[in-house]
Design a protein around this ligand. Structure first.
Ligand SMILES: [Zn+2]
Ligand SMILES: [Zn+2]
Length: 120
């Protein structure tokens, strides 16, 4: 793995958030000032393809990158856009039993108000 790719992977793994390519770029520039945005973007694509990290798509917003590669769902704060990981593996089974169908995929669009936005 190249130095740049290791750096991109480290930034995603160290973060508690789901960062955009732009946020990863800003952090990477602090460590390797000559690094280019295209390098970040290409390395993110390779890391996603090789399943080191996963990509979170949200319509109308830039993709975010997630250190968790096991199946999980996201809940998005309506105010600040913060993404929380939730694990609800039983949902698919529950729906299949209820609908008497075998689902090939399931995507949930869940929103909430996070703790820090609740206080404001
Ligand atoms: Zn919030
Ligand atoms: Zn996640």
């Amino acid at each position: 793995m190249t130095k740049q790719r290791q750096l991109v992977l480290a930034i995603v793994n160290e973060s508690e958030d789901h960062l955009t390519a732009e946020e990863i770029f800003i952090e990477a520039k602090n460590r390797i000032s000559s690094i280019a945005f295209a390098t970040i973007y290409n390395n993110l694509n390779v890391l996603v393809n090789e399943k080191y990290i996963s990509r979170v798509k949200s319509p109308g917003n830039p993709d975010r990158f997630d250190k968790l590669t096991i199946p999980h769902e996201h809940v998005v704060c309506d105010y600040c856009g913060h993404i929380m990981d939730v694990h609800v593996p039983e949902i698919k089974k529950m729906l299949e039993q209820r609908l008497k169908l075998s689902l090939t995929s399931l995507s949930l669009d869940m929103h909430y108000v996070c703790d820090s936005c609740k206080q404001n």
